[in-house]
Design a protein around this ligand. Structure first.
Ligand SMILES: C[S@@+](CC[C@H](N)C(=O)[O-])C[C@H]1O[C@@H](n2cnc3c(N)ncnc32)[C@H](O)[C@@H]1O
Length: 265
């Protein structure tokens, strides 16, 4: 992971080089529409008022739970005790991006959504609230964390979520075997080069022209920047959008020349 000053410097470079958030100078009608109708949609949806109080409650919850460390990628993880409040402060996508995920599902209307990295279920709740007829599958390695997520989902009154517990390396290929296609996936766990590329390759096998993949923390570390560069260079990828804290990947054949946008968000 980059140090705070390095990350700050990278953010500044992004901010100065990114297209302005109003879409001026963006020549792709598809991207322009996405900017004006989804990124810049500042309406306050009812879902926001349901999910954010649940996040606030998690931030105040001092219960301690056991969390295995997936960071080293070992199958024999060390576990540590962590307060739910600490996890809620440090591991969850802030509301700006969580709410963007909600709007993206509402806009693209995929037939299903996959999330890698449920954590306490906040982004899961947003992904699932966009349309209760769209099934959301969310994967989480830590059973005690997944249990908290389930409580969040239940409190939000959401019924279209299935949480699968276990290491992505085991659960993802098993689950993908049963899927015909992947329409929409948010990859927010195991932020290292090799697993990120592996998950990308697995998902790509089930991707189609309209598939949307969203990778979290693409500038978080040198490894993640390397993964993002390789994903952008993949011949099947035709269009990417870099919002600094997330990267969005499309396989649209209409995009005849590969294009990579950096957009201020
Ligand atoms: C950054 S958090 C997800 C945050 C959540 N999407 C949100 O913003 O509300 C990443 C989660 O992925 C899980 N994770 C990381 N590596 C994993 C692996 N290899 N298998 C299963 N779960 C993993 C962690 O336990 C952690 O809860």
């Amino acid at each position: 992971m980059y140090s705070a000053p390095v990350l700050g410097w990278k953010y500044l470079q992004y901010y100065l080089t990114a297209a302005n958030g109003r879409g001026h100078g963006v020549h792709s009608p598809f991207v322009f529409k996405l900017i004006t109708e989804v990124l810049n949609d500042d309406r306050q949806y009812y879902t926001y008022s349901i999910v954010e109080p649940l996040r606030d409650a998690l931030k105040k919850n001092n219960t301690t739970i056991e969390v295995p460390d997936f960071g080293a990628g070992s199958r024999h993880q060390l576990s540590k005790q962590r307060k739910i409040s600490e996890i809620a402060q440090s591991s969850l996508k802030p509301k700006k991006f969580s709410q963007l995920l909600f709007r993206m599902v509402a806009y693209f209307q995929p037939s299903g959504v996959l999330e890698l990295g449920t954590s306490l279920g906040i982004t899961t709740a947003y992904l699932a609230s966009a349309n209760n007829l769209i099934p959301v599958t969310s994967m989480e390695g830590a059973p005690a964390v997944a249990e908290q997520a389930l409580a969040v989902i239940t409190k939000a009154g959401i019924s279209n979520v299935t949480i699968i517990t276990g290491n992505f390396d085991d659960t993802l290929p098993l689950w993908l075997d049963k899927q015909v296609q992947i329409d929409f996936a948010f990859i927010d766990g195991n932020h290292r080069f090799e697993p990120t590329m592996r998950y990308f390759q697995w998902l790509k096998e089930k991707a189609h022209d309209q598939t949307v993949l969203i990778f979290d923390d693409i500038h978080w570390s040198a490894e993640m920047e390397q993964a993002w560069a390789e994903i952008q260079a993949d011949p099947a990828v035709t269009l990417t959008i870099d919002l600094f804290f997330i990267g969005i990947v499309f396989f649209r054949p209409e995009q005849q020349q590969k294009a990579h946008f950096r957009i201020r968000f």
